[in-house]
Design a protein around this ligand. Structure first.
Ligand code: ZN
Ligand code: ZN
Length: 473
């Protein structure tokens, strides 16, 4: 703790000299630092969090938003969280448009007749009874489709053959996902019959990757599906040999309003119990795998971290709220419902963060604090450094479900996980429990337990502006 004390002395010295610092005094009280150190050690030996994701993915399996499986997962989570001893365990209900697949197949017809491995995108229209058939027109990117002449597309099946590349921070995903979201809309505007895309994802296996597409209500503009990477390559080779005609058969079920909900559990604070530190994940998953990395792991990480804090001899001052969001995958419905249902007290949310990027080791810690609170960010980063976490900048997004809180002015942190192999499994049948590395998972639990505890116990104001700090506001 020597360096923290040194910082405090330096800041005090600056104030004495009349040069008030722009940064908050970041000295972490020694008892807080000591307890955080203990939580880190306990996190690295976590059993609760890992058991939570193992049990969830084993006993429930896939948890498609709005489905009876997601409802079972909510009941299951309520029971688990109560059994773990959390306060105020409850479900906050809302409804969503529901979409589910009933069958899907694609096959090349004609001289080179053969099956193709596909999966429908969330929100795909059904094909007409018995399927549809069309010539394939291939584009290298969504932009190429958008720039094409309608006459080249009309009456055909569009195929966007755009690859996604691996990055540590997953930044390839945002780009790749645009074609998944917008292919059907862009193709429909030009009179296409259907849309096929090369799977978003980075693995070379015959594992197609599903995910949401733009839609109004439950359905998008066309039947739309993703080909596995090798099937996209196959189709491209067939096209080079003189064209390809594909028969597509997609069946779906949908409803305008299906039940979903956010599962909430708390550790009620003491003298600052009206102030909330929120850590979240999403409980729903796509239907192909068991939603282990996306996002059973995230739920295990935040539940495991919170349980360690719950088991401390004394409760922290602020309330810690664990939110297992519903219906994230199909359009962040749980996040919107939470912001709506808690609109009146968002200003009492002092910090928020979500784990939704698998179970890889955390390598960077980003914050999004007021500029007068950067000293607190530095204190957290120093605390996490022994876990191999490097200091990130102050432009954290907070996670998909947390974006709405960030935009409402809630300070957020993003513990950035190593996502090098995340998109090898994400949204595919291969997203299963065995893909979680227990060592990396436990490092996540340690990080979440430590910063959540510090945020709840110190009473630090992460919104603080530099002007407020110098007393000129
Ligand atoms: Zn997710
Ligand atoms: Zn997802």
């Amino acid at each position: 703790m020597r360096q923290f004390r040194h910082m405090a002395i330096t800041l005090a010295g600056m104030v004495a000299l009349g040069g008030a610092p722009a940064l908050a005094d970041s000295a972490m009280p020694e008892p807080v630092a000591k307890t955080a150190e203990g939580l880190i050690a306990a996190g690295l030996a976590d059993e609760t969090g890992l058991a939570f994701v193992e049990d969830l993915t084993t006993e429930i399996g896939a948890r498609l938003a709005g489905s009876p499986d997601e409802a079972r997962a909510r009941d299951w989570a309520v029971e688990e969280l109560q059994a773990l001893g959390f306060d105020s365990v409850r479900v906050e209900d809302f409804t969503i448009p529901y979409w589910g697949r009933t069958h899907e197949s694609a096959r090349v017809v004609g001289a080179n007749a053969q099956e193709l491995v596909i999966t429908a995108l969330g929100g795909s229209q059904p094909t007409p009874e018995g399927g549809l058939e069309g010539d394939i027109v291939r584009f290298g990117s969504l932009a190429d489709l958008m720039a094409s002449a309608p006459g080249d597309v009309h009456g055909k099946i569009v195929f966007i053959d755009e690859k996604m590349y691996k990055t540590q921070d997953g930044s390839g995903y945002g780009l790749a996902v645009r074609k998944r979201g917008e292919c059907a809309k862009a193709a429909a505007e030009k009179g296409a019959l259907a849309c096929l895309i090369r799977s978003v994802g980075t693995q070379p296996h015959r594992m197609p990757h599903t995910g949401g597409m733009l839609r109004t209500g439950a359905l998008g503009d066309l039947p739309a599906a993703a080909l596995s990477g090798p099937d996209a390559d196959q189709l491209t080779r067939l096209l080079a040999r003189g064209g390809a005609r594909v028969a597509l058969d997609i069946g779906v079920e949908y409803a305008d309003a299906a039940p979903s909900g956010n599962v909430i559990a708390e550790i009620e604070g003491t003298d600052l119990k009206d102030e909330i530190v929120l850590i979240g994940c999403h409980l729903d998953s796509w239907d192909l795998g068991t939603g282990a990395l996306d996002d059973g792991a995230g739920c295990g990480i935040v539940v495991g971290a919170a349980k360690l804090i719950l088991d401390l001899p004394e409760r922290p001052r602020r309330t810690i709220r664990v939110v297992l969001y519903g219906a994230e995958e199909v359009g962040l419905f749980g996040a919107s419902a939470y912001a709506r249902q808690h609109a009146a007290d968002l200003d009492r949310h002092v910090l928020a963060s979500e784990s939704d990027f698998g179970a890889g080791r955390i390598w960077r810690f980003q914050t999004n604090f007021g500029d007068g609170a950067l000293g607190y960010a530095d204190a957290m980063k120093r605390m996490l450094a022994p876990l191999g976490v490097t200091p990130g900048d102050n432009s954290a997004g907070g996670g998909p479900d947390i974006g709405v809180l960030r935009r409402a002015g809630v300070p957020v942190v993003t513990p950035g996980q190593d996502g090098q192999d995340y998109f090898d499994y994400h949204h595919t049948p291969d997203d299963t429990f065995d893909k979680i590395d227990p060592g990396a998972f436990r490092q996540n639990v340690a990080v979440y337990a430590a910063f959540t505890y510090v945020a709840a116990e110190t009473g630090w104001d992460f919104r603080k502006s530099a002007a407020a700090d110098t007393g000129t506001e």
